[in-house]
Design a protein around this ligand. Structure first.
Ligand SMILES: Nc1ncnc2c1ncn2[C@@H]1O[C@H](COP(=O)(O)OP(=O)(O)OP(=O)(O)O)[C@@H](O)[C@H]1O
Ligand SMILES: [Mg+2]
Length: 279
């Protein structure tokens, strides 16, 4: 069998791929998915489209979003409900990136993870059918938050835009950062992600290149979404040339490095003004 025939054999219909992406089967566990594409390939739009699908097909599921607090809040898009949650003791500054200066934004303060979602009741400040954008004092708190979600009932989803901010591969030595802590956190994140899947927590991340993130987490992935221009894993059944022929708004989902299929996603324009949340 040549590569083309192998690709044909492994290919699933779009509806089947979507069904798998939206499957919430406690026995199979959750999803660890990574969306890959060069700058501007549509990664954030694709994740937002996933959120929309969850709101529609699993209206009870809580959707959390982690964004790099230094950069633009990429979840603030047309047609998407969102609420900003900020950890207590931090005063956020909302910078207007479109016109300069700062803007006022409504936000909700939380003291503990239990405030967002209570371990026993599953209820809290976070609401379904909206993006619950969470800002922590320390970015690594997202790992502890995922551990918290593991103890709650039912499926929840965590979206991590630009996941290389949390688990970079071979992190460069920044003067203010301790490389050993980064190394430990990379391991901790991968282990948490592995267990989270079994405990009904879905993790959806995106990054520009699979090579930018820690290889341990790569092994915990059960789906990779390739957008046009991305470098395809050698073990994947989909060919790089097929990926590179994709128009914007389409992607290939590779499921556990064997079967794969095409998906499409809509465009959700950024809300004006574009802002960042600085802590
Ligand atoms: N489904 C789509 N249909 C048409 N155009 C799209 C679609 N999705 C994204 N785009 C275009 O691509 C641009 C970039 O999208 P997006 O911000 O999602 O990319 P990204 O990969 O997250 O970029 P970055 O690496 O800068 O974060 C959008 O502003 C829009 O112009
Ligand atoms: Mg983006």
């Amino acid at each position: 069998m040549n590569q083309e025939e192998r690709e044909k054999k492994a290919r699933l219909k779009t509806t089947e791929i979507l069904k798998r992406r939206l499957l919430r089967d406690a026995e199979k566990g959750g999803i660890n998915s990574l969306t890959v594409g060069p700058p501007g390939a549509g990664k954030t739009n694709q994740l937002i489209h996933d959120c929309k699908n969850i709101f529609k097909h699993h209206p009870e599921e809580l959707v959390f979003w982690w964004d790099n607090p230094e950069s633009a809040a990429q979840y603030a898009r047309k047609g998407i409900e969102y609420e900003i949650f900020v950890e207590t003791d931090v005063t956020p500054i909302f910078r207007n990136l479109t016109e300069g200066g700062t803007i006022k934004k409504k936000y909700t303060v939380f003291n503990s993870f239990n405030d967002l979602i209570n371990m026993d009741t599953g209820k809290g400040l976070a609401k379904p059918k909206q993006i619950n954008a969470i800002y922590f004092k320390n970015k690594y708190s997202i790992i502890d938050f995922i551990s918290h979600l593991r103890k709650t009932v039912g499926f929840q989803s965590v979206f991590i835009d630009e996941i290389e901010c949390i688990i970079p591969l071979n992190p460069p030595k920044l003067p203010h950062e301790d490389v050993n802590i980064r190394y430990q956190k990379n391991i901790e994140f991968s282990e948490t992600a592995k267990e989270a899947r079994k405990d009904l927590v879905n993790i959806f991340g995106d990054t520009q290149d699979v090579a930018d993130i820690d290889h341990r987490f790569k092994r915990k992935l059960n789906m990779i979404v390739y957008l046009s221009g991305s470098k395809v894993d050698k073990r994947s059944r989909v060919r790089e040339s097929s990926v590179n022929n994709l128009p914007i708004g389409k992607g290939f989902v590779c499921y556990e490095r064997s079967i794969f299929g095409k998906i499409r996603f809509d465009y959700y324009p950024a809300l004006k003004p574009v802002f960042s949340v600085n802590l």
